[in-house]
Design a protein around this ligand. Structure first.
Ligand code: ADP
Ligand code: ZN
Length: 612
C-alpha cells in the first residue's frame, strides 16, 4: 500500500496540530515516513524516546484503522486517554469491559469512527475477531513492546505468539514492531517471529541525556535515603526499587514514618491492591513507590523524576530498563543507586547457589554490574557500551564520575595496617570477625568483645588511632573493591585476606585508592559546573505549583492521569514563559489544537490570577 509522499512541511504541521510539538525527536520523522509508506518497520527506541507518536501520527494522517497490540490493559487505557485528550479517536477492546460499553465501541468501530484500536494479543484468536478486522479496514498492525514475543527477552508473553498468524490472514497489511529492549538476539528474534518482510529497521541511540546516573557509595541507610528525598522538591515523584518484598515494605514504612508519602508494590499483593497503588502513583497521589521489579512495564507516567536502586540490580540491562522509567518527558531526572558493599557478597553467594546451568551466565551478569558500580569512568559511556553503542564524548557531565571525579591517592601504609590487623585478629580468633570489630581494634576502642577476646593485646591494637572510623571503613571498601580482602556473606560478613591481599601484605605492594564520596546530598548539592540537558531552573515554582494543582483538578474531572492533560515539561514551560494569550499558550511545545481549545482558558485564567 503506497501512500502519498508526505511533505516535510505537512508532517510538521500535523505534529504541531495534533501533538503541539514543534519538532520531531531523533529518529521519529524517519520512522513516521516508513510507516506512512506502508513498509514493515522494526524500531528500537529507548524508553521515553517517543515511540507512540511514530504510529499515532501516521494513524491520523491515513485512512483506515491502526490496530495496536499491547500487552497490558493499564497501558492501553493510558494511551487511549492520552489520544482522547488530544482529540484523536481511539479505543481499546479488552476482557474487562461490560457488555453495553463493549457494544458501543464495536458499533463505532463498524462505523469507522476510530483511528486507533488497542487490543491485547489474546483477542486476536477470539472466534470472529479476524472477520471483524476485515470489515474495519485495517491500515496497519502495530506491535508494541514487541520484545514480549521473544523468549530471550525479559518479558516473554506466550500470547504474543498469536500475532504471527495474522500475517497470513492480512498479507497486504504492514506490520510495525516497537520495543525498547536492546539485545541483538531479541532484535533478530522479533523480526523472525513476526515474519517481518524486509522491514525498515531503525535503531535510535539509547542515550537518555536528561538522566543523571549516580552510584552513591556513602553508607546505605534509610536515613540517607530520607535525606536524599528531602533534598528534592516535594512535588517530585519517583520509584525506589528494592530486591525483595520485605525491603519494599520496610522502606515504604520508614519513608511514611519520616513524613514522605510512600507505598509498597510487589507481586505478593493481590491484584486489586496492586492496581490501586499503581493508580495512586500514576495520579500523583503518592510520592514514592517502593517496589520490586514487578512494578515496571505498565508505568507510562512521564513525570517520574527519580529512580533509586536500593539493592543490587540483576543485570546492567535490567538496571537500564528500570532507570529508563525516569524522565520520559525529557526533563532532568535522577538515577541513584545506593550502593552497599555487603550486598555484593550476598548476591555472589546467591549466584553460587544457583543450579550449575545458570551459574555462568549469572556470574557474568553480576561481574558487569560490579564493574559498573566500581568504575571511575563515565557511567553513561559504560551503560551505552553495554548495548554496543559508543558514546561520542569522553565525558557526559551528567553522572557522578563526570561531575565529581574522585582523586586517587597512595594508601599503602594504611592498607598495611588494615591488612595486618585482619591477619592478626583472624590468627588469634579462629571464628573470624566482621570489619567493624577489626576497625575497633585498629582505633584502639574499648568494647566488650575486645575485652573478652584480649584483642587489646594484639600488636595492631590502636595503630590506627590517627584516623576515624569512617576513614577506615572507606579503606576497607576500597580493599574489597580491589580484591585484597573478602567478606563472607554466608558467615555474618566475616572478613579475610584474599591471596592477593596476603601477597600485598608480605610484599608491601603499593595500594592506590580513591577518595570517599561526599555524603549523600541529593540534587541540590551538586556542582553547578556542567551544563545539563533541559535543565532550565528559571521558572516560577509557585506558578508551577498552581498549574499542577489545576492539572490535577482537570485530570480528576476527566478521570485520566494528570500527565495526560499536560506533561511536566509543558507546565514548566508555562511557568517560565508565562503565556498571557491563547496564541502564546499555543506556542508552547506540547500544547496542541484540541488541548488549547479544551484547557486553554482555564490555564490562562490561573496564570493571570496568580501573576497579577
Ligand atoms: P516511549 O513509549 O518511547 O517510552 P512515549 O511515546 O511515551 O515514549 O513518549 C515519551 C514522552 O515524550 C511523552 O511525554 C511524549 O509526549 C513526549 N514526546 C514524544 N515525541 C515528542 C516530540 N517530538 N517532542 C516533544 N515531546 C515528545
Ligand atoms: Zn558521565
Amino acid at each position: 500500500m503506497m501512500l502519498m509522499a508526505v511533505q516535510t512541511a505537512e508532517l510538521r504541521e500535523a505534529l504541531e496540530r495534533w501533538f503541539g510539538f514543534p519538532t520531531f525527536r531523533p529518529s521519529q520523522e524517519a520512522i513516521v515516513r516508513d510507516v506512512l509508506d506502508g513498509r514493515d518497520v522494526f524500531a528500537l527506541l529507548p524508553t521515553g524516546g517517543g515511540k507512540s507518536l511514530c504510529y499515532q501520527l501516521p494513524a491520523v494522517l491515513t485512512p483506515g484503522l491502526t490496530v495496536v497490540i499491547s500487552p497490558l490493559i493499564a497501558l492501553m487505557k493510558d494511551q487511549v486517554d492520552a489520544l482522547d485528550t488530544a482529540g484523536i479517536g481511539a479505543t481499546a477492546l479488552n476482557s474487562s469491559l461490560e457488555w453495553p460499553e463493549l457494544r458501543r465501541r464495536l458499533d463505532r468501530l463498524e462505523r469507522g469512527e476510530y483511528k486507533l484500536l488497542y487490543v491485547a494479543p489474546e483477542r486476536l484468536t477470539l472466534p470472529g475477531f479476524a472477520d471483524d478486522l476485515e470489515r474495519w479496514n485495517v491500515a496497519r498492525f502495530v506491535v508494541d513492546e514487541a520484545h514480549c514475543i521473544s523468549e530471550w527477552g525479559h518479558d516473554f508473553r506466550p500470547e504474543y505468539r498469536r500475532i504471527a498468524p495474522l500475517r497470513e490472514r492480512f498479507p497486504d497489511v504492514a506490520f510495525c514492531a516497537f520495543t525498547a529492549t536492546a539485545t541483538a538476539r531479541v532484535r533478530d528474534d522479533v523480526v523472525a517471529q513476526l515474519g517481518l518482510r524486509r522491514p525498515a529497521v531503525h535503531v535510535a541511540s539509547f542515550d537518555r541525556a536528561n538522566l543523571a546516573y549516580r552510584v552513591l557509595h556513602s553508607p546505605r541507610t534509610v536515613d540517607a535515603l530520607v535525606k536524599w528525598l528531602r533534598a528534592r522538591p516535594d512535588d517530585e515523584a519517583g520509584i525506589v526499587y528494592a530486591g525483595s518484598r520485605a525491603n519494599t515494605e520496610k522502606l515504604a514504612g520508614a519513608l511514611c514514618a519520616a513524613g514522605i508519602p510512600a507505598l509498597a508494590y510487589h507481586a505478593g499483593l493481590d491484584s486489586a491492591t496492586r492496581g490501586k497503588r499503581q493508580e495512586a502513583f500514576i495520579r500523583d497521589d503518592v510520592r514514592v513507590m517502593c517496589a520490586t521489579i514487578a512494578f515496571g512495564m505498565g508505568i507510562d507516567k512521564s513525570n517520574v523524576r527519580f529512580v533509586v536502586h536500593w539493592d543490587v540490580p540483576r543485570s546492567l540491562e535490567g538496571y537500564y530498563q528500570e532507570t529508563g522509567r525516569a524522565g520520559r518527558d525529557g526533563l532532568p531526572a535522577e538515577c541513584a543507586w545506593f550502593f552497599a558493599y555487603g550486598d555484593i557478597a550476598r548476591v555472589e553467594r546467591f549466584v553460587e547457589e544457583k543450579p550449575e546451568g545458570e551459574r555462568a551466565a549469572a556470574r557474568d551478569q553480576l561481574e558487569r554490574v560490579k564493574r559498573y558500580a566500581y568504575s571511575n569512568a563515565c557511567r553513561r559511556r559504560e551503560l551505552l557500551a553495554y548495548f554496543g553503542e559508543i558514546y561520542p564524548h569522553e565525558r557526559c557531565e551528567n553522572c557522578d564520575n563526570c561531575l565529581q571525579p574522585r582523586a586517587s591517592f597512595d594508601a599503602t601504609t594504611d592498607a598495611q595496617k588494615l591488612l595486618s590487623c585482619i591477619y592478626r585478629v583472624r590468627e588469634s580468633h579462629g571464628y573470624g570477625v566482621g570489619i567493624a570489630h577489626v576497625i575497633d581494634v585498629l582505633i584502639g576502642a574499648k568494647t566488650e568483645k575486645i575485652d573478652r577476646w584480649y584483642h587489646d593485646r594484639l600488636s595492631t591494637y590502636g595503630i590506627g588511632k590517627d584516623r576515624d572510623r569512617h576513614a577506615w571503613r572507606h579503606l576497607a571498601d576500597e580493599l574489597l573493591r580491589l580484591g585484597l580482602i573478602a567478606q563472607d556473606a554466608a558467615r555474618h560478613n566475616v572478613v579475610s585476606l584474599t591471596d592477593a591481599g596476603r601477597r600485598a601484605l608480605v610484599e608491601r605492594t603499593p595500594v592506590v585508592i580513591r577518595e570517599a564520596v561526599a555524603p549523600v546530598t541529593g540534587r541540590r548539592g551538586r556542582t553547578a559546573a556542567a551544563p545539563r540537558v533541559g535543565d532550565d531552573e528559571a521558572y516560577d515554582r509557585d506558578l508551577f505549583a498552581v498549574l499542577r494543582a489545576l492539572r490535577r483538578e482537570i485530570a480528576g474531572e476527566r478521570d485520566v492521569p494528570p500527565y495526560v492533560v499536560f506533561s511536566d515539561a509543558v507546565l514548566r514551560a508555562m511557568a517560565r514563559d508565562v503565556p498571557r494569550s491563547p496564541a502564546q499558550l499555543r506556542a508552547i511545545s506540547g500544547v496542541g489544537e484540541k488541548k488549547l481549545a479544551d484547557f486553554g482558558a482555564r490555564f490562562l485564567a490561573a496564570i493571570a490570577q496568580s501573576v497579577d
